[in-house]
Design a protein around this ligand. Structure first.
Ligand code: PLP
Length: 379
C-alpha cells in the first residue's frame, strides 16, 4: 500500500534542486563567513548573495534580512526583540488567540516580564476582525502580531486592512508568514508590514533555517549574544549551507508559485469532491474560499481525532491535528477552541490535510477513498 503524505503544513521534503545545492555548497563554501582568508570570503560571498535574493523576493533591502534557525526564532525575535527594544515607549502588545505557539508562548513570556498582551478573538470563519484590533489599539501599543495564514485551517487573515489601520500608529506590525510564504506573493512595502517571519522547511527548503524581515527603522534587541553576526542582531556562526538551500527554495517558491498553487488547489478540490462522492459527512473549519491552496481542515461528526489519526495512519494516510497529545490526554486545538469555544465537538473531531510536492491528483482521490472507508466504519 502506497503511503500518502498529506501533512505538508507540518513540514515539506527538500526539493531535488535544494538537495543538490545543499550538498554542492556544503563542500565548496564550508568556510566561516567571519574568517578573512579565501575560504571565509567565499562563504561570506555566498551568504551575501543569498541575502540579496531573499530580500528581492519580498521587495526588501538585503540589510533588512536576518537569517534565523527557522520560524520559531524569527517569531520570538519579532516579539521579544522589539518589545525589549521599545519597553520605554510602551508595554502593550496585540496578537491573536490563533497564533502559532512560537508567537503565543513568546507573548506569554513577555506577560511574565510585565508586558500587557491583548489576544484578539477569532470568528467561526477562521478570521480575526480588523475592528477588534482597532478597538484594542492603545497609545502604548508597541507591536501587533497577526499571522498571514493560519497553520491549522489555512485561513488567510486580513493583513492589508490591519496594515492600513496601523499606518498612523507607532506600533510595529509583525506577520508570521511561515504558512503563507509559499502560496502568496509578498511585497513588504505594499503590504505595510514592519516584520515578517519565514521558515525554510515549509517551502521545500532545509530545516533549521529561516529569516526575519525587519524594516530598517525597526528597533530590535538581540536574543543571542556572542560574535555579533547578522549586524549584531543574531550572534552565532551563520548557517551557510542552510542559507544556500533556503535561497534555492525561495527562488523556486517564486518561480513555481502559480503552478504549485494551481496543483495543490486541484488536489484539495479532488480530495473534497471524492469525500462528497463517497457520502462522507464532514464540514470545513474556516472559510474554504479564503484558505491557502494547500491546506484544509475538516470536522467529521461522531468521531474522535485520536481515533481518526491512528486509523488514517494504519491506512497509509499521514495527516495531522492541532491538538497536543501528551501521555494519553488530548488537549483540543487552541485554534479551533478560539473559533468555536471549548465545548464544541469540532475541536475534538477535526483533522488538517495539507497538500504539496509529494502528491498527485490520483493520490489525493485515493486518500479520500481510504478515509471514507474509515469514517463509514467509525460512525
Ligand atoms: N509559525 C507557523 C504559522 C508555523 O506553522 C510554524 C511551524 O509549524 C512555525 C511558526 C514554526 O516554524 P519552525 O518549525 O521553522 O520553527
Amino acid at each position: 500500500m502506497e503511503a500518502i503524505y498529506l501533512d505538508h503544513a507540518a513540514t515539506t521534503p527538500m526539493s531535488e534542486e535544494v538537495k543538490e545545492t545543499v550538498c554542492r555548497e556544503a563542500d565548496a563554501y564550508f568556510g566561516n563567513p567571519s574568517s578573512i582568508h579565501s575560504f571565509g570570503r567565499r562563504a561570506r560571498k555566498l551568504l551575501d548573495e543569498a541575502r540579496k535574493v531573499i530580500a528581492a523576493s519580498i521587495h526588501a533591502s538585503d540589510r533588512e534580512i536576518i537569517f534565523t534557525s527557522g520560524g520559531t526564532e524569527a517569531d520570538n525575535m519579532a516579539l521579544i526583540g522589539t518589545a525589549l527594544a521599545r519597553r520605554h515607549e510602551g508595554r502593550h502588545i496585540i496578537t491573536t488567540a490563533q497564533e502559532h505557539h512560537a508567537v503565543l508562548h513568546a507573548a506569554e513570556h513577555l506577560e511574565k516580564q510585565g508586558f500587557d498582551v491583548t489576544y484578539l478573538p477569532v470568528y467561526e470563519n477562521g478570521k480575526i476582525s480588523p475592528a477588534d484590533l482597532n478597538a484594542a489599539l492603545r497609545p502604548d501599543t508597541i507591536v501587533v502580531s497577526v499571522m498571514f495564514a493560519n497553520n491549522e485551517t489555512g485561513v488567510i487573515q486580513p493583513i492589508a486592512e490591519i496594515a492600513a489601520l496601523l499606518r498612523d500608529h507607532p506600533a510595529y506590525f509583525h506577520t508570521d508568514a511561515v504558512q503563507a510564504f509559499g502560496s502568496i506573493d509578498m511585497d513588504v512595502r505594499q503590504l505595510g508590514v514592519d516584520l515578517l517571519s519565514v521558515s525554510g522547511h515549509k517551502i521545500n527548503g532545509p530545516k533549521g533555517i529561516g529569516f526575519l524581515y525587519a524594516a530598517q527603522h525597526v528597533k530590535l534587541e538581540p536574543l543571542l549574544f556572542g560574535g555579533e553576526q547578522e549586524r549584531k542582531r543574531r550572534s552565532g556562526t551563520e548557517n551557510t549551507t542552510g542559507a544556500a538551500g533556503l535561497v534555492t527554495a525561495v527562488k523556486h517558491a517564486a518561480e513555481k508559485r502559480q503552478a504549485r498553487a494551481e496543483a495543490y488547489g486541484s488536489y484539495k478540490e479532488a480530495f473534497l469532491n471524492e469525500l462528497k462522492a463517497e457520502n462522507v459527512a464532514f464540514s470545513v473549519n474556516g472559510l474554504l474560499e479564503e484558505t491557502i491552496p494547500s491546506t484544509v481542515n475538516l470536522s467529521f461528526p461522531g468521531t474522535h481525532v485520536e481515533q481518526l489519526l491512528m486509523n488514517f495512519d494504519l491506512a497509509g494516510v499521514a495527516a495531522a491535528s492541532g491538538s497536543a497529545c501528551t501521555a494519553g490526554s488530548h488537549e483540543p486545538s487552541h485554534v479551533l477552541v478560539a473559533m468555536y469555544g471549548k465545548e464544541d465537538t469540532r475541536t475534538m473531531n477535526s483533522v488538517r490535510f495539507s497538500f504539496g510536492i509529494l502528491n498527485t491528483l490520483e493520490q489525493s482521490q485515493e486518500a479520500a477513498r481510504r478515509i471514507a472507508k474509515i469514517i463509514k466504519r467509525l460512525v
